[in-house]
Each structure stands twice: as structure tokens, then as C-alpha cells.
Ligand binder design. Structure first.
Ligand code: PLP
Length: 391
């Protein structure tokens, strides 16, 4: 336990929410969750489920059979991956699926290749399973994408797995399909597992499109765990439903693990997820349009600030600007030693919350979630800009 730290994204969100609760007018770019309500038909399905006494009881640890089957159908529909219900475990959010996956395949001493900037929980989960993190640094010069040369340099005798995310939290990077395929083929060639996090599959913009690695490289199937969930595509972060898709033997082990740790995910939440994945993608489409508009806005507003340099996000709902140009400057009487200092001062002085890059393995950067209203977005970046200008 001494090896791990509190999630910095949750910490900044909690700080901003506490300030808000105390009456401060805080604009939060911290949380990685859509600002839209969960669509009505999903909420109604859940409300109805509360009256079904079968859902007042324990159900199978791996998930409601009808939901596992619906996830298999949805996966074929959305990413063209053919999977059976026996390969699916329904989890407490994508987060638990990732944790189960690490516990299932990472042994003490195994190395897991992890491109930076990474989502904050990956390195902690790898370490909790006893694994070693082998970080590969990516920057805006390669569009925040790892190259085959970098992967090859990171590979060693103990390499067990690659953690792969596209679209990415925190950078918004999307790997083009030829790169996804090349990385998948490299993993097959070297017998390396892939944990591929597809939670932002529906959120890509412009010419950028999502590509699923095991679809492009079917030979990867026996060493691939896909992670997904309803949180981001259906505005359902609080419902806590995700899933893993893995070879059937690995899935069995993950179900065993879950049966001893958390048992079934709340039945009512599973019924809500069933309504989500069985329905159409209209709500996801509507949110994508709003995010695309905000993405363009935040990209341009951040780049207008002297000392801030923002790569154009391609997917998910995060902007990940470099704030290196502000380090060393004095803002509100404090000399900026790190992005962390900057986040602290901006929250204190301008009441604007964002997450410093350190937690993502990327000092000198900052993550702004643009899943907030257009007005708040403009107001928040405006306050940040004003503080910098006046310092
Ligand atoms: N994977 C990535 C890349 C994420 O950004 C998140 C949430 O922020 C998750 C997984 C976990 O999502 P969930 O809310 O389903 O646990």
C-alpha cells in the first residue's frame, strides 16, 4: 500500500467541490465526466428494475447473463469484434475491469510497458499486481503516440504486457489504424499481452477515427484484454458499470477474483447498462457534437495564452496543454516551480480547477476536461488567461 498514492484527478475534483460547497464560484475542468444527464430511457429502465425482487438478491458475479450477451452484440455492432458472452465480465466501471486484468495477467516482477502521459490509475494498478512499470515518454512532437522504435527499446525478457489507450485520457490522442495494427502485430510477434482501453471509442473528432486492435490483428485474441464501459459514451460515470473482454480462461479467473472481492455489480445499474448498450447511439452522437465544438474552442482559447501551448485534441474530452512556458514566472506572488504550483495558484486565485500533469507522468503539462458547458468553458479559460496576463 505504501507504493500507491491517491488519484490526483479525484483529489483536485474533491478540492474544487469542497470550495464550491463553501460558496466559492469554482469552474471545474478537473473531472473526467460528461456534464449531460444519463438519457431518460436508461434511467427509466433502472427505476423499473428497482421493483423487480429478483434484483434485490445476489446475481452471478460475472454479470447478468442478458447484459453479457448484450455487450457481445454491442461490441460486434460498434467495433466489429466477434466475442462470446463467456468472454465478458461485468465490472464496477472500467476501472475494476482494468484492475482485474492487471491481477489476472501480471505476476510479481513482470514488466508492463506504459506510454506516458498515462491515465493516472494504470501505474498504480500495475504495481498493485506486483508488476514494474516501464514508461515510454511521448510528447506533442509524435502526437502523443508511442512509436514502434520506442516499444522495441522498452522490450526486455520480463515484458509481459502493453497498456494501450486510444483515444487517450489525458492527451486526447487517437492512433490511426495503421499504427494500431503495427503495434498489435509487434505484440503478437513478441508474445506480449495487450490491455486495450476502449472506453472513449465513440468520442473521436474530425478525420480521426477509432480502431480496435484485436479487430485489426485477430491473432492477438489469445493475449488481449479489451476494457470498456458505459461511463463516457452514455453519461453514466456514477452508475459504475464497465466490462472486460478476454480469452475465456482468463475471464473465468477474473470472475473468480471478482466473486471474492466485490461480487456482482449492483443489479439496478446493470439493468441501466443493458438499456444503454441495447439502445441506439443518438445520445452519444449528440454529446460528441457538443464536445467537438468545445474542443475547438478550448484549443484556440488556451493557445491564445502566452506561455501555454496546446496540441489539438483528437478524441475523448481533454485538452492537454504544455504550461512549461509559465514555469519560472511569478503568478499572484508565487514563483511557479511546477504545473502543480500553477494548478494550486489558479484554483486559489481564479477559482479555476484543472489537473497538473505530474499525476499523468507528464510534468510541465496540465489536463483540462472540456466536458462542461460552453459558457463555463469560456469563463474558466478567460479567468485563467486574465490571471496570467495580470501577473
Ligand atoms: N479508462 C480511462 C482511460 C478513463 O479515463 C477512465 C475514467 O476516467 C476509466 C478507464 C474508468 O472509467 P469508469 O468510470 O468506467 O471506471
Amino acid at each position: 500500500m505504501t507504493q500507491i498514492t491517491e488519484s490526483p484527478t479525484m483529489a483536485i475534483d474533491a478540492k474544487a467541490k469542497a470550495l464550491k460547497a463553501a460558496g466559492a464560484n469554482v469552474i471545474g475542468f478537473g473531472a473526467g465526466e460528461p456534464d449531460f444527464p444519463t438519457p431518460d430511457h436508461i434511467v427509466e429502465a433502472a427505476a423499473k428494475a428497482t421493483h423487480n425482487t429478483a434484483y434485490h438478491r445476489y446475481t452471478p458475479a460475472g454479470g447478468l447473463p442478458e447484459l453479457r450477451a448484450a455487450i457481445a452484440t454491442k461490441t460486434k455492432r460498434d467495433s466489429e469484434l466477434d466475442v462470446g458472452a463467456e468472454q465478458i465480465v461485468v465490472t464496477n466501471g472500467g476501472k475494476q475491469a482494468l484492475y482485474n486484468a492487471c491481477m489476472a495477467i501480471v505476476d510479481p516482477g513482470d514488466e508492463v510497458i506504459l506510454p506516458t502521459p498515462y491515465w493516472v490509475s494504470y501505474p498504480e494498478m500495475i504495481r498493485l499486481a506486483g508488476g514494474e512499470v516501464v514508461a515510454i515518454e511521448t510528447t506533442e512532437t509524435t502526437g502523443f503516440r508511442a512509436t514502434l522504435d520506442q516499444l522495441e527499446q522498452a522490450r526486455g525478457d520480463k515484458t509481459k504486457a502493453l497498456m494501450f489507450t486510444s483515444p487517450s485520457n489525458p492527451t486526447g490522442a487517437v492512433y490511426p489504424s495503421d499504427e494500431v495494427e503495427a503495434i498489435g502485430r509487434w505484440c503478437v510477434e513478441h508474445g506480449i499481452w495487450v490491455i486495450t482501453d476502449e472506453i472513449y471509442e465513440h468520442l473521436t473528432y474530425g478525420e480521426h477515427t477509432f480502431a480496435s486492435m484485436p479487430v485489426l490483428v485477430p491473432e492477438l485474441a489469445e493475449r488481449c484484454i479489451v476494457v470498456n464501459g458505459v461511463a463516457k459514451a452514455y453519461a453514466m460515470t456514477g452508475w459504475r458499470v464497465g466490462w472486460s473482454i478476454a480469452p475465456a480462461d482468463v475471464t473465468k479467473k477474473m470472475v473468480s477474483l471478482q466473486s471474492h472481492t466485490t461480487s456482482n455489480v449492483s443489479n439496478v445499474a446493470q439493468v441501466a447498462a443493458l438499456a444503454a448498450v441495447s439502445g441506439d447511439l443518438e445520445a452519444a452522437k449528440m454529446m460528441r457534437e457538443a464536445f467537438d465544438r468545445r474542443r475547438k474552442k478550448i484549443h484556440s482559447l488556451l493557445n491564445d495564452i502566452d506561455g501555454v501551448d496546446c496540441y489539438e485534441p483528437e478524441g475523448a474530452f481533454y485538452a492537454f496543454p504544455s504550461v512549461k512556458g509559465l514555469l519560472g514566472r511569478t503568478i499572484a506572488g508565487v514563483t511557479m516551480g511546477s504545473a502543480h504550483d500553477l494548478a494550486d495558484v489558479v484554483l486559489g486565485e481564479a477559482r479555476v480547477a484543472f489537473v497538473p500533469g505530474e499525476g499523468f507522468g507528464a510534468p510541465g503539462y496540465a489536463r483540462f476536461s472540456y466536458a462542461l458547458s460552453d459558457d463555463d468553458l469560456e469563463e474558466g479559460v478567460g479567468r485563467f488567461a486574465e490571471l496570467i496576463k495580470s501577473s
